[in-house]
Design a protein. Structure first.
Length: 247
């Protein structure tokens, strides 16, 4: 009987250990096959893959892939594959198609995307995507993206679900934003050169959970010009816990 109890206990422990959501970093690289001497087009991706809890991991990995597809894929035709190697190949193929059509226009495309799990708790999982792509022009396209997930289900959490009362938090954040960037308390939010649409303050598209607090990150063009760079607001949890629906 003791042996049965011990064996049952070991099985239970093994099941418990195997149900722990974990991540591994995977890397992908693709270069052009066309002749080049410098600035040869290349794209690199390093991304965390969820594992060990199949349904949850699959949901997270699918969402991450969708986001990278929006960054990398340039063709107008629908992209059906969920294969990263094929996704990177599509980026290089877009370059090669243009290069063959306009051989005298030599410029080097490039892409570098790095993803990391920056926060993981019982209630929220946060993956940060740091991306840069250049396909010609005065400058490349770069930014940060925050992907928030329910760690129990793997479902994506929208920004609207982060707050008990989004409007109350937005009013609070606007006051802090105006104070940080020296904008008069009353009057236009764009009075000092910001570029909020319809002259109304909005929360950023990307909100990050960190070990110390909540980070609001505005990518370039989201609230200001490219030259002005990204803008950020940071709040310790002790300051914003009263607003958070997910703590």
């Amino acid at each position: 009987m003791k042996q049965i109890i011990i064996l049952s206990g070991l099985v239970f422990l093994l099941i418990g250990c195997s149900s722990e959501l974990a991540f591994e970093k995977r890397s992908f690289t693709k270069k052009t096959t066309l002749p080049c001497t410098e600035n040869c087009p290349e794209i690199k991706v390093k991304i965390p893959f969820a594992k060990d809890v199949p349904i949850v991991a699959d949901s997270i990995n699918k969402k991450v892939f969708i986001v990278l597809k929006e960054i990398i894929y340039l063709d107008k035709k629908p992209f059906r594959s969920t294969n990263y190697n094929e996704l990177l190949a599509s980026f290089i193929q877009s370059y090669e198609n243009i290069q063959k059509e306009f051989p005298n226009d030599t410029f080097g495309w490039e892409g570098e995307i790095n993803g990391d799990v920056i926060y993981q708790s019982d209630s929220v999982l946060n993956i940060r995507i740091d991306h840069y792509t250049f396909t010609g022009g005065a400058h490349g396209y770069e930014g940060l993206q925050s992907l928030l997930f329910d760690p129990d289900t793997g479902k994506n959490i929208s920004n609207d679900k982060l707050f008990k009362n989004k409007n109350a938090f937005k009013a609070f954040a606007e006051k802090k934003f105006r104070a940080k960037y020296n904008i008069p308390e009353k009057g236009s939010i764009n009075a000092t050169g910001f570029q909020f649409e319809e002259d109304k303050f909005e929360l950023p598209q990307n909100i990050f959970y960190t070990d110390k607090g909540l980070l609001l990150h505005y990518n370039q063009y989201e609230a200001a010009s490219y030259a002005d760079g990204p803008k950020e607001l940071f709040f310790p949890y002790t300051v914003v816990n009263e607003f958070l629906a997910i703590k």
